[in-house]
Design a protein around this ligand. Structure first.
Ligand SMILES: *Cc1c(COP(=O)(O)O)cnc(C)c1O
Length: 355
């Protein structure tokens, strides 16, 4: 199967080789050294400010989102949550669940965020945002958001789960207290690990706040991370794969090269479907995904035919939009030949009257 979803995605041969081995024991100096390198490489790729730390939670990206909400925010905070789709909704749900005082900034599905929408939030103390709202494919204007937070003293917490490596992301320039991502998106390894980078300001928050949970405690993760360890048994194999990927990215020209590769795939895909009966959903498309609205047939049917008749996974949307929208991911180990196979399949479906 060719996989054009937004995660888990296809992995390169070096990563697959690691999955083939038995999981090694991890309370060893060797594994600790590898984890220290993971932390250093991740912070470097993010251009995290001096004094930042990173932790690796054995949880999907949502675990990192919840951990940040629990460890960085406090009942006295007034939180602004940008909600433009299912991942923004998840931050709102987390704030509600954890009893935080929050205000939603709603963006119509597919619409960009505008500065005017933040007006009135100057008295808030923190802002939660999914840099790329993966459900709609909208990439938010982070420079604008960061400037608003800086001018008004809001703590900025960034879910970059689907933006890390796919988009330009400079943690220091953004002034973000926390930036999170996950293993199964553009890092293109197995699911199971979420990564959180914390700036000195983020670290201070963790230190000051009361601990509310054990498994997702950032205090525990940071303390154990000082010696390259995790408090509990981690997804060791996924962490080894992350090490391989981060090392390869650093050796092959850094985050910019990865981003250019994905941008080229996204551009080639968008060019290749120009004559097909789709409209685009996102007003501010990312490099990670193209969201499409089929003009004639239900999106669910396209996803099903691609899977059953062409051996290709596209990414369905859930809920009310299931028949309206489907997505093609550009993250993961996708070759130009893979992309051509997808374009050929879509054009063949068009000829058969299936689009
Ligand atoms: C994938 C994703 C997540 C995390 O989803 P999990 O299924 O928990 O890994 C969070 N935020 C965004 C923007 C995502 O794309």
């Amino acid at each position: 199967m060719l996989n054009f979803t937004v995660g888990p995605v296809m992995s390169c041969a070096e990563v697959l080789d690691i999955a083939h081995e038995s999981t090694p024991y991890f309370r060893t100096p060797e594994f600790s050294a590898l984890m220290k390198e993971n932390e250093r490489m991740f912070l470097e790729l993010l251009h995290a400010p001096a004094g930042s730390r990173a932790v690796f939670l054995t949880a999907s990206g949502t675990g990192a989102m919840e951990s940040c909400v629990m460890n960085l925010l406090h009942a006295r905070d007034r939180v602004a949550v940008v909600n433009g789709g299912s991942f923004g909704q998840r931050f709102a749900d987390l704030c509600a669940l954890h009893g935080l005082d929050y205000t939603e900034v709603r963006c119509r599905f597919g619409s960009a965020l505008r500065r005017e929408q933040l007006e009135g939030l100057e008295d808030h103390t923190a802002l939660l945002i999914n840099m790329h709202e993966t459900s709609s494919g909208v990439l938010y204007d982070m420079d604008m958001v960061a400037a608003f937070c800086r001018e008004n003293g809001l703590l900025l917490i960034v879910d970059a789960v689907s933006a890390f490596l796919a988009e330009e992301l400079d943690m220091e320039a953004l002034g973000a207290a926390a930036v999170m991502t996950g293993s199964q998106k553009a890092l293109a390894v197995q699911p199971g690990v979420s990564l959180i980078a914390l700036s000195p300001e983020g670290l201070r928050r963790v230190e000051e706040n009361p601990e509310k949970c054990l498994y997702l405690s950032l205090k525990q993760a940071l303390k154990n991370g000082e010696r390259g360890q995790t408090p509990f048994t981690p997804a060791v194999t996924t962490l080894l794969q992350i090490h391989t990927r981060l090392s390869a990215i650093a050796a092959q020209g850094g985050a910019a090269r990865e981003r250019e590769r994905m941008a080229a795939l996204a551009a080639a895909f968008r060019e290749g479907i120009k004559d097909l009966p789709f409209s685009t959903v996102s007003e501010a498309p990312s490099n990670a995904v193209t969201s499409l609205h089929p003009l004639r047939v239900p999106a669910t049917q396209i996803v099903r035919v691609l899977k059953d008749e062409y051996g290709i996974w596209a990414c369905p949307n859930g809920g009310e939009l299931a028949d309206e929208v489907f997505r093609i991911g550009h993250i993961g180990y996708i070759t130009p030949a893979d992309l051509q196979a997808l374009l050929d399949a879509l054009h063949d479906m068009d000829r058969r009257g299936l689009l």
